[in-house]
Design a protein around this ligand. Structure first.
Ligand SMILES: Cc1ncc(COP(=O)(O)O)c(C=O)c1O
Length: 378
């Protein structure tokens, strides 16, 4: 998702500055990696097990199962939920493509339900018209760091006997009416892609769940379906979160809360400075939601022109996501056309994410807001 993101300080205001983060925690990280190197235990060792416990705690559930990426977490999570080839899974069309391609990876079919225009998350009132006898599960994505409206989604799922998977790739640490994201569905999938709020130094992911049965199955699935040494009970996969990544993530986890507070403070500063600029909609944080601002995303009609103006002034920015899933070439065979999911299409045309990372300085935020104000005045 993030190949074009500027992750260094070269830009006047980069979109993300992982170099600044490493400058602050490098020593701790190197010590943790050294420990793993000294142990020469690289797969399924102590660090991974400790991280699983710590992330499960953060998400308010009993079990964590480390895997090789957020995409693998979705694929294996769907399997643990009993989704099979030929089944349908309801997903929002406004998300990173992995939410959909994970469904395809097991031979199932995505069925899209539109998002809400104001939160960019699944619209619970659109679920009823999308469900069919083949529907087995719903994937609720917590986009940009804000929880989806889980109560009506869970209620709908219960009444239709569907499983709920939370795609919590972007919202680790967020909460909804006092419940952590990751604790509400049958299971939840996390990504530790380097640019995430809790990012590894490579690919990594995790599934969290309260179900001991699902956790056991997932431990088997991520390790070639092995239930004993060299005994496999079903077709599995090689998808394990390695010890070096786990050790790095454990260091970063110690800082997550402080980083989260910094992100929230920056978001409040942006929203204060952008308030009242005509045509700009700042992120909505519904009451009782705790947004962790993986992205600070605004929307405006002249989005492409603003993007150009920001680029010209060397201010990092990105559009997540310019093409909704139902209009992706990948899904041509599903036969959708423009207008089928109007809120997702509006979002794809209007949104732009501004620089956001804990080390962002207030003068940098002021500069971004100033450029936006100037742009709107013209
Ligand atoms: C919403 C969402 N789902 C799934 C993924 C897939 O995670 P990964 O890149 O770790 O495979 C990502 C991140 O890239 C994401 O943002």
């Amino acid at each position: 998702m993030s190949a074009q993101i500027q992750t260094t300080s070269f830009a006047a205001v980069p979109q993300l500055d992982l170099v600044a983060q490493y400058a602050a925690i490098g020593e701790e990280v190197r010590a943790a990696v050294d420990k793993v190197l000294a142990s020469q235990q690289f797969i399924l060792g102590r660090e991974g097990a400790a991280l699983e416990t710590e992330i499960a705690q953060l998400c308010g559930v009993a079990h964590g199962v480390g895997v090789a990426s957020g995409t693998d977490a979705l694929i294996l999570g769907l399997r643990a939920c009993g989704v099979e080839a030929g089944d349908e899974v309801i997903i929002p069309p406004f998300t990173f493509v992995a939410t959909g391609s994970a469904v395809n990876a097991i031979g199932a079919k995505p069925r899209f339900a539109d998002i809400r225009r104001d939160t960019y998350n699944l619209d619970p009132s659109d679920l009823a018209r999308r469900v069919t006898p083949k529907t087995k599960a719903i994937i609720a994505v917590h986009l940009y760091g804000l929880s989806a409206d889980m109560d009506p989604i869970l209620k709908f799922a219960r009444s239709h006997n569907l499983r709920v998977i939370e795609d919590n790739a972007q919202a680790v640490g967020a909460s909804y009416k006092g419940r952590p994201t990751g604790s509400m569905g049958d299971l939840a999938c996390l990504s530790f892609y380097p640019t995430k709020n809790l990012g590894a130094y490579g690919d990594a992911g995790m599934i969290v769940t309260n179900s001991a049965e699902m956790a056991d199955r997932l431990r088997t699935l991520r390790n070639h379906g092995q239930t004993g040494k060299y005994v496999s009970s079903e077709p599995g996969w090689n998808s394990r979160l390695d010890e070096i990544q786990a050790a790095i993530l454990r260091v970063k986890l110690r800082h997550l809360l402080e980083w989260q507070r910094a992100r929230q403070k920056h978001a409040a500063t942006y929203s204060k400075l952008l308030l009242g600029i005509p045509g700009i909609a700042t992120p909505l944080v519904p009451e009782n939601y705790h947004h962790v601002f993986h992205q600070y995303t605004i929307r405006l009609e002249q989005r492409d022109a603003l993007q150009q103006a920001l680029h010209t002034r060397n201010i990092g920015n990105s559009v997540y996501y310019p093409v909704p899933l139902h209009l992706q070439p990948l899904y041509t065979a599903l036969g959708h056309k423009p207008g089928d999911f109007p809120n997702a299409e509006h979002a794809a045309n209007d949104v732009i994410s501004l620089p956001m990372y804990p080390e962002l300085r207030s003068e940098q935020i002021a500069r971004v807001a100033e450029v936006i104000a100037e742009f709107v005045k013209k």
